[in-house]
Design a protein around this ligand. Structure first.
Ligand code: 3PG
Length: 398
């Protein structure tokens, strides 16, 4: 596909689709990894002499609404600060268009406020295309969604004979992930955490083909422990996926902890899960000895150290999902040990997903991770070998 870096953009109006979908707490950006990753693209377009319109979704608002909690206003403030130029938030662009000059940056209000965005409505996509001379798809994190501001606008640009290209972030993500996954140095090991096997099922199947070992953590590990015949007490697990877990265990070696950290379910308030865990007692137990009221919430340090040895031996490491409730320190040691092992490993390491990047940030191991992807769902779909529709649309006019 065509890359923005190859184009001359002097006095062109450029519409850049970024993934600026970041957590917002009390009106402020709570984690800025995705925003930081988008800055070089915006700066490059400005340096090339363009007038820059940026667009993104934020969260999952009801279409046609404009709820303040889903406004990109905090992101506009963040970008203004980092770009040392005012970034104006525009919420009238569908009706009025955007008046902009070279060197200026305008951020469009949340595209998911617009009717038809998620359904990839062609008329809406056309309106986005009408705003610009060049469309830049840079939102790797949203490339698995065929929506009006991703796939639809790309098609509309092609139809109008205008340029649609890949931004540097999208190109870098695709280059790094393809290189690492096409011929991964062996042995390859994956760390897959998170709460549910169901959301990671396809990726586990794909990774079982690629990897000689997979470390599972979080609720996913509980389903595998149950598949091994262990009682998991009150832990989160998916009974209907125990057979699937066995099938995956038949394809590759699944590394499971021998000891885990549990809390008593009666000490947990599920309406305030992490808040109540701050006060809960953390107890180390063997996986052979989990009581009916025990909830497994982390891998115990000794077991995590054993798993870390496997991480150290791997030549390629893919990490998606924390192995415990790392937001609460008493249940974060497993994730910390895993994070430090990834950092200290000599292998090529790739990490993706919002929680994983938050854990990398918390344990300050970013400098030891070879590649951090801004994608969550998109990262998983890429690993699964799926075609990302917004990328496929860019390739059509090659
Ligand atoms: C993500 O956070 O994975 C992307 O921004 C996509 O968001 P979505 O799952 O709401 O489409």
């Amino acid at each position: 596909f065509l890359r923005m870096s190859e184009l001359s953009l002097t006095n062109k109006v450029v519409l850049i689709r970024e993934d600026l979908n970041v957590p917002i707490k009390e009106g402020k950006v709570a984690s800025d990894a995705r925003l930081q990753a988008s800055l070089p693209t915006i700066k490059m377009a400005l340096e090339k002499g363009a007038a820059v319109i940026v667009c993104s979704h934020l969260g999952r608002p009801t279409e046609g609404s404009s709820e303040a909690i889903y406004s990109l206003a905090p992101v506009a403030d963040y970008l203004s600060d980092k770009l040392s130029a005012p970034v104006t938030l525009n919420n009238d662009y569908l009706a009025q268009g955007v008046a902009i000059k070279a060197g200026e940056v305008v951020l469009l209000e949340n595209v998911r406020f617009n009717e038809g965005e998620k359904k990839n409505n062609a008329a809406l996509a056309q309106k986005y295309a009408d705003l610009c001379d060049v469309f830049v798809m840079d939102a790797f994190g949203t490339a698995h969604r065929a929506q009006a501001s991703t796939e639809g606008v790309t098609q509309a640009m092609h139809q109008a004979g205008k340029t649609a290209c890949a931004g540097p972030l999208l190109a870098a993500e695709l280059d790094a992930l393809s290189l690492a996954l096409e011929t991964p140095a062996q042995p390859m090991l994956a760390i897959v955490g998170g709460s549910k096997v169901s959301t990671k099922l396809e990726v586990l199947h794909s990774l079982a083909e690629l990897c000689s070992q997979i470390i599972v953590g979080g609720g996913i590990a509980n389903t595998f422990l149950a598949a091994q015949g262990h009682s998991v007490g009150a832990s989160l697990y998916e009974a209907d996926l125990v057979d699937t877990a066995r099938e995956i265990m038949g394809k590759t070696e699944i590394l499971l902890p021998e000891y885990v950290v549990v809390a008593n379910k009666n000490d947990i308030d599920f309406a305030d899960f992490t808040g109540s865990l701050q006060k809960a007692v953390a107890t180390i137990k063997s996986v052979d000895n989990i009581g009916d009221n025990d909830m497994i919430l982390d891998i115990a340090p000794d077991s995590a150290i054993k798993l870390a040895a496997a991480i150290t031996n791997a030549k390629t490491i893919l990490w998606n999902g924390p192995v415990g409730v790392f937001e609460v320190d008493a249940f974060g040691q497993g994730t910390q040990i895993v994070a430090e092992a990834v950092k200290n490993s000599q292998g090529f390491s790739i990490a993706g997903g919002g929680d994983t990047l938050a854990a990398i940030d918390k344990y300050q191991v970013a400098d030891g991770v070879s590649y951090m992807s801004t994608g969550g769902g998109a990262f998983l779909e890429f690993v699964e070998g799926k075609v990302l529709p917004a990328v496929a649309a860019l390739q059509i006019n090659e």
